[in-house]
Design a protein around this ligand. Structure first.
Ligand SMILES: [Zn+2]
Length: 304
């Protein structure tokens, strides 16, 4: 399995346009011991020919330009065959609108997310102006499915979504009682023909026993690194919600909760600009590295 990290920051990126926290100011002034990052986005392929995106970040077009693997072959036609959506959060789906140039694509998501995008948000109609263009495909929790290429053939990559929460984005108008109780967000598990497994979990609000068991033994874990501590935003901004209230287990807690699992390679991704882990000379960054974790960076290429 080939994995490209196109972006590794949480929504807003790092630095974030309207943030002057010490991290953002430092990286703008080029005196920060750490790297700028675009919004979280990965691409996965089994055959190196057909690529699938997990989510569609608002930085997607420039992120695609950074990777020759994702450039068109010939005068027209992208090696990106499809996308798997874990949520309807803006920083996870806004990039779909940047893919409206009549490219046939398959988009996999839960029934509730497809409904929100297609029935509540008329702009996404731009993805169905011609036929074939975007083919929307419903995924069910705990049911693995093959990721199909634009020729309808299997690409050697399977995906399994585990639905995790009923926390829908604030823009959603549909009464939540008419949406799936757990279809708002999903953990994504990808498996290649050779049996290698990737768990992509950039937004996890609750690390329950079932999820821990599902993660145990994967070859690569990319996990929610949004906040270091529960009160991080409140401490930096003076106001705001806790990490848990925003649907994220903070890193200092997940380090403990995940420490006994047998995972070959593990890294935090989806880092908010306020996270002290971004600072490579911080005690928090050291603690993460000493616990055997990596801190994902833009433009990494990984092989499983
Ligand atoms: Zn900031």
């Amino acid at each position: 399995m080939h994995i490209l990290i196109l972006g590794s920051a949480a929504g807003g990126g790092f630095p974030q346009w309207n943030c002057g926290c010490s991290n953002c100011a430092g990286v703008r002034e080029r005196r920060f011991p750490g790297k700028a990052r675009t919004q979280a986005q990965i691409a996965i392929s089994s055959d190196g020919f057909s690529w699938f995106l997990a989510g569609a970040s608002p930085d997607l077009t420039s992120q695609i330009e950074n990777f020759p693997e994702l450039h068109p072959r010939g005068t027209r036609g992208s090696p990106v065959s499809g996308l798997v959506l874990a949520s309807a959060d803006l920083d996870h789906v806004a990039g779909l609108l940047l893919l409206r140039e009549l490219q046939p694509l398959r988009v996999y998501a839960s029934a509730s997310i497809l409904r929100i995008l297609r029935e509540e948000n008329s702009m996404f109609g731009m993805l169905n102006r011609v036929d074939p263009q975007v083919l929307w495909t419903t995924m069910k929790s705990g049911t693995p499915f093959p990721l199909l290429g634009s020729d309808e053939k299997e690409t050697g990559l399977n995906c399994e979504a585990i639905f995790l929460s009923g926390r829908y984005p604030k823009y959603v108008k549909t009464d939540a009682t008419n949406l799936g109780a757990l279809e708002a967000s999903a953990g994504l598990f990808f498996q290649s023909k050779s049996g290698k497994r990737l768990a992509y979990l950039p937004a996890i609000g609750n690390l329950n026993h079932d999820l821990l068991r599902k993660i145990d033994g994967v070859d690569l874990l990319m996990f929610d690194g949004t906040f270091w501590s529960d009160d991080e935003l409140i401490r930096v901004q003076g106001v705001g919600e806790t990490a848990h209230q925003m649907g994220h287990v903070p890193v200092e807690e997940s380090l403990q909760l995940l420490k006994d699992l047998k995972i070959k390679r593990k890294m935090f991704i989806h880092l908010n600009n306020t996270n002290p882990v971004l600072n490579e000379s911080s005690a928090e960054h050291r603690a993460v590295r000493q616990a055997g974790w990596e801190v994902a960076e833009d433009n990494w290429r990984l092989e499983l």
